[in-house]
Design a binder for this molecule. Structure first.
Ligand SMILES: *[C@@H]1O[C@H](CO)[C@@H](O)[C@H](O)[C@H]1NC(C)=O
Length: 228
């Protein structure tokens, strides 16, 4: 009786295992679902759709033997950009920007070390001033430099045998499009010092006589107290 139960339970397990694994193997990952699920890649997803790259990528994933790596900046990375940075791009520039986030190879974290620089992306041309992607890594710490921004490769959002999606903390801005890019913070830093210097100066000028007045008052009070 118990033996029988164990036997049928194993059968059930084998059945469930086969069931789940054959479906997974037959299924091509749907990038839309992968990026929708965490709820923080809506801007990237919108760009992947509006450029048509998502259909291309989903199609190529079915044929590819080498797989793909996608660097996924979250919405916060896009909102950190100087306003209008993306909206002012032409359609072709948007395509290149998104292609720049895709490698036509499946790269695990330790394998970034084995890549030769500059790393080719789907955007093509890796020559100076174009779309070079420079990767530097030690162990599982991977940094990406575009010549405009330095980004850190973060958590794995998704991974199967054919596609890996990594979160990156910055939008990878390619030199060919953003060579003149200045982040907002730089502009603020440049315009701020003269203003704050002025305030400090006048604050000092005001506080000195105040100090003197207070000291004088205290002495006057002391003298009055003595006189009484
Ligand atoms: C990126 O990192 C390199 C090397 O550490 C540094 O020289 C460069 O200034 C950094 N660029 C930016 C935009 O932070």
């Amino acid at each position: 009786m118990t033996k029988n139960a164990v036997f049928s339970f194993s059968l059930l397990l084998i059945f469930l295992f086969r069931c789940c694994c054959t479906t997974a193997a037959a299924q091509v990952p749907d990038i839309t679902k992968i990026l929708e699920k965490p709820g923080r890649f809506s801007i990237l997803l919108r760009l992947l759709k509006s450029t048509g790259i998502i259909n291309q990528l989903n199609g190529e994933l079915q044929k590819s033997n080498t797989g793909f790596t996608l660097f996924a900046p979250p919405d916060k990375a896009f909102s950190d950009l100087r306003s209008g940075s993306i909206n002012s791009l032409s359609d072709l520039q948007k395509v290149r920007l998104i292609q720049y986030h895709i490698l036509a190879t499946y790269v695990t974290l330790p394998n970034f070390q084995t890549l030769g620089n500059p790393v080719p992306t789907q955007a093509g041309d890796t020559s100076a001033g174009a779309f070079p992607l420079i990767v530097s890594s030690s162990g599982n710490d991977v940094e990406i430099s575009t010549g405009v921004v330095n980004a850190t490769v973060g958590s794995v959002v998704y991974s199967d045998n054919n596609l890996v999606v990594y979160q990156v903390d910055k939008v990878l801005l390619p030199l060919a499009i953003f060579s003149d890019y200045k982040p907002d913070s730089v502009t603020v830093a440049e315009s701020n010092p003269p203003v704050s210097a002025k305030v400090d100066k006048s604050a000092g000028v005001v506080s000195l006589p105040m100090h003197g007045m207070l000291a004088f008052l205290r002495i006057a009070v002391n003298i009055a107290a003595l006189a009484l």
